[in-house]
Design a binder for this molecule. Structure first.
Ligand code: ATP
Length: 385
């Protein structure tokens, strides 16, 4: 029996015309419990999610939050305890992995060591008895996309980690799957190569136009490549949105802390007027921020502000219209492009400030120095309002 997914609408980009109209992947009311020593262990508690055609979608979260389980349910290696999974609008719950037309790439490349690049990439097509000329054409095309043209005769052991990962990618993409699932594929590479491959992966995904679902616990990686990110925590999606939305407007304390560095400060709403709120920090200082009129005066509020939005001053600034918080520098760390300060604020919490090294060295504040931090109202963001 074929069941229709509950909704087809998605704000995500659409690619392949034939498949347009349905999300590439959809979870409807999915729950997944594992049985461990006779007890049900919830891995995914409740999942309703639509991933668009041609979207680069990341599942991001700490170890054990349910990312891999979610991905394995797309591939068919795990079945939901409740709910349904749809691919291109077709109910695939209970359908065997090899009948789903999705491929996976792992951190371990799992290449055939005795086969060369050409044979590794052509392997699946040959098993499907695709015509030799068609195999040659498709393999040539995909090797060009992953920048391995000219390396057809090499064996995996004669290649670098990054090159081997490209072979694995080519092999997974050559048969044009409905979706490619990538489970921490760059985890084995060193930092520099990993960053290069992030840019490459995004380019490759754009060129092939296939839906990518990427599992990672590395927030930088997810921010760099994704069209949208689902931040998972304890078997639930805590926030779903574009990298910018997730970074600039974290919906919870967990997301604010997990994605990049966040400064959090407690205060009380003094008043809200014309969409601008004034927050009393209890130290004689205040934060200005956009707030809806529905937020009542007297309400306790937690404010988040990112370290790169803050200006650090060595003398009291004249800053009408800005938030101003003073404190004492407790740590100064030079990072080449920026100097990172930790400031123990008068209002109680420690603030981290990233100061671009665009000015002279003598302008650097030192440990123990009293400083003033300012930032614009739009860079304060209320948590949970
Ligand atoms: N086969 C299994 N049997 C029992 N429990 C499992 C099984 N696989 C995963 N779990 C549990 O389910 C939860 C989610 O695991 P999952 O592997 O999906 O998390 P993850 O976010 O991918 O973590 P990681 O980043 O460490 O891979 C964890 O609590 C885990 O211990």
């Amino acid at each position: 029996m074929t069941t229709s997914p509950p909704h087809h609408a998605t704000s995500a980009p659409t690619g392949d015309g034939q498949r347009a109209g349905h999300p590439a992947i959809e979870f409807a009311g999915v729950r997944k419990d594992y049985l461990s020593h006779g007890e049900a262990v919830p891995a995914v508690k409740s999942l309703d999610l639509a991933i668009g055609q041609g979207e680069f979608f990341s599942l991001l979260g700490p170890s054990g939050c349910g990312k891999t389980t979610t991905m394995r349910m797309i591939a068919g290696f795990e079945e939901p305890t409740a709910g349904k999974v749809f691919l291109d609008g077709q109910d695939v719950t209970g359908v065997a992995p090899n009948k789903r037309d999705v491929n996976m790439v792992f951190q371990s490349y799992a290449l055939f060591p005795h086969l060369n690049v050409l044979q590794n990439v052509a392997f699946g097509l040959e098993r499907k008895k695709v015509a030799k000329s068609e195999i040659r054409r498709r393999v040539g095309e995909i090797l060009e996309i992953v920048s391995l043209t000219g390396m057809e005769k090499r064996q995996p052991k004669e290649m670098s980690g990054g090159q081997q990962q490209r072979v694995a990618l080519a092999r997974a993409l050559v048969n044009h799957p409905r979706a490619l699932l990538l489970d921490e594929p760059l985890g084995a590479l060193d930092l520099k190569l990993r960053q290069q491959m992030q840019v490459e992966l995004k380019r490759i995904q754009r060129e092939v136009g296939i839906t990518f679902v990427y599992v990672t616990h590395d927030q930088g990686e997810a921010l760099t490549m994704s069209d949208r990110i689902a931040v998972m925590n304890g078997g639930l999606i805590e926030q779903l949105g574009s990298p910018r939305a997730i970074y600039e407007r974290p919906a919870s304390r967990f997301v604010a802390g997990f994605i990049g560095t966040s400064n959090l400060i407690d205060g009380q709403v003094s008043w809200v007027e014309n969409g601008l709120g004034v927050i009393d920090l209890g130290s004689g200082e205040r934060v200005l921020m956009p707030l809806p009129a529905s937020v009542a005066a007297g309400r306790a509020i937690e404010v988040s502000v990112r370290p790169e939005k803050i200006d650090l001053h060595r003398s009291a600034p004249h800053a009408p219209g800005l938030s101003v918080v003073s404190g004492t520098v407790s740590e100064v760390v030079y990072h080449g492009t920026s100097t990172n300060y930790t400031v123990a604020t008068t209002a109680g919490s420690d603030f981290v400030v990233f100061d671009q090294n665009a000015h002279d060295a003598e302008d650097v504040a030192s440990r123990g120095e009293r400083v003033f931090l300012t930032w614009a109202p739009q860079h304060s963001y209320p948590i949970g309002v």
